[in-house]
Ligand binder design. Structure first.
Ligand SMILES: Nc1ncnc2c1ncn2[C@@H]1O[C@H](COP(=O)(O)OP(=O)(O)OP(=O)(O)O)[C@@H](O)[C@H]1O
Ligand SMILES: [Mg+2]
Length: 252
């Protein structure tokens, strides 16, 4: 097991304004899983991803990554862990405009003592895999949104993190660029056995993952596994569950 969450609760605000967003979530993720988190807007998807990835602290409960309890680490230790062992992708690509594609991708490696030849080789491998190698000397403003997001995927992956966390990574892409990115993530997951947790409101995006977790009212409402199904059948099942759940609308 790469990630284990036990009794996760998260509240925001104080006293009368206090709202409990996560009400007790238990979750086990195996190494090599590609998991989607779905649920209505405001159901707590981002909150869950943020506490699992230690961007934010839980109110109560415990999160173990490879048996290490994240919830008892000090801020400084957590920051180190995030930097060395986790990879992140967001809806906005979060690339630095003054750095080239290559420099952006190598950013997570720069602080570590790695041999130059090793770094070059790793870069080449990942950049080719994500089909951005030819763009390595361009700046973010000179490439398309899809290419920028694949650059940010390469950056999330270059240091071979234990888990990649992605919050609506296809949110700003058209469907062609989105599917291209999702196929790449699927390849990283398939070939390299990397573990991915992705928040999405899009059933097509979720159909690329191996398991979908649906949130409702701060709890896990249901789980779907792809299993031996075709991607199309899996997609239909995700749509069905979503419509029972109340679709993509705002949580009431
Ligand atoms: N920092 C915060 N302070 C107070 N309330 C917050 C904070 N962050 C989120 N919330 C509230 O927690 C609830 C869940 O928010 P969250 O961002 O996790 O939802 P989401 O499922 O990611 O929604 P969306 O699909 O719109 O991104 C919402 O009601 C939101 O207003
Ligand atoms: Mg969100």
């Amino acid at each position: 097991m790469i990630l284990e969450a036990k009794g996760i609760k998260k509240s925001y605000g104080k006293r009368q304004n206090r709202t409990e967003v996560l009400k007790g979530i238990d979750l086990n993720i195996e190494k090599g899983e590609f998991v989607s988190i779905m649920g209505a807007s405001g159901s707590g998807k981002t909150t869950l991803l943020n506490v699992l990835s230690s961007i934010d602290r839980v109110t109560s409960g415990h999160i173990f990554i490879e048996d290490e309890d994240m919830t008892i680490l000090k801020d400084k230790q957590l920051a180190e862990f995030r930097k060395n062992d986790l990879g992140f992708m967001f809806q906005e690509y979060n690339l630095l405009n003054t750095l080239t594609v290559k420099e952006n991708i190598l950013l997570p490696l720069s602080i570590r003592n790695k041999k130059k030849a090793e770094v070059e080789e790793q870069f080449k491998l990942v950049a080719k895999e994500l089909e951005i190698y030819e763009l390595k000397d361009k700046y973010p403003s000179e490439i398309s949104g899809g290419q920028q997001q694949r650059t940010s995927a390469a950056r999330a992956y270059i240091h071979q993190p234990k888990i990649i966390f992605a919050d609506e990574p296809t949110g700003a892409l058209d469907s062609k660029a989105a599917n291209n990115l999702l196929r790449k993530l699927q390849q990283l997951n398939d070939k390299s056995n990397s573990t991915i947790m992705m928040v999405t409101h899009d059933a097509t995006a979720a159909s690329y993952s191996t398991r979908v977790i649906f949130l409702k009212d701060g709890l896990i409402y249901s789980t779907l596994r792809k299993g031996e199904r075709s991607q199309e059948d899996y997609y239909k099942e995700i749509m069905n569950t979503q419509s029972v759940l109340g679709g993509v609308g705002v949580e009431s």
